[in-house]
Design a protein around this ligand. Structure first.
Ligand SMILES: [Zn+2]
Ligand SMILES: [Zn+2]
Length: 55
């Protein structure tokens, strides 16, 4: 495991960072961690999930 990913959300499709000691940026990611969700929907600005939600 790379140190650079230490503060990366553990949701595979989420690009958010998390606070020290945290694993997920949001309850959404923790809930969806075992799913095959294509795009993260945590709603955080800058998250990869935002790409599919542009208006
Ligand atoms: Zn996310
Ligand atoms: Zn996340």
């Amino acid at each position: 495991m790379s140190p650079a990913n230490r503060n990366k959300c553990q949701h595979g499709n989420c690009s958010c960072t998390v606070a020290d000691g945290g694993k997920y940026c949001s309850p959404h990611c923790e809930t969806m961690k075992d799913s095959q969700e294509i795009a993260c929907e945590c709603g955080h600005p800058g998250c990869s999930g935002e790409v599919t939600q542009k208006k």
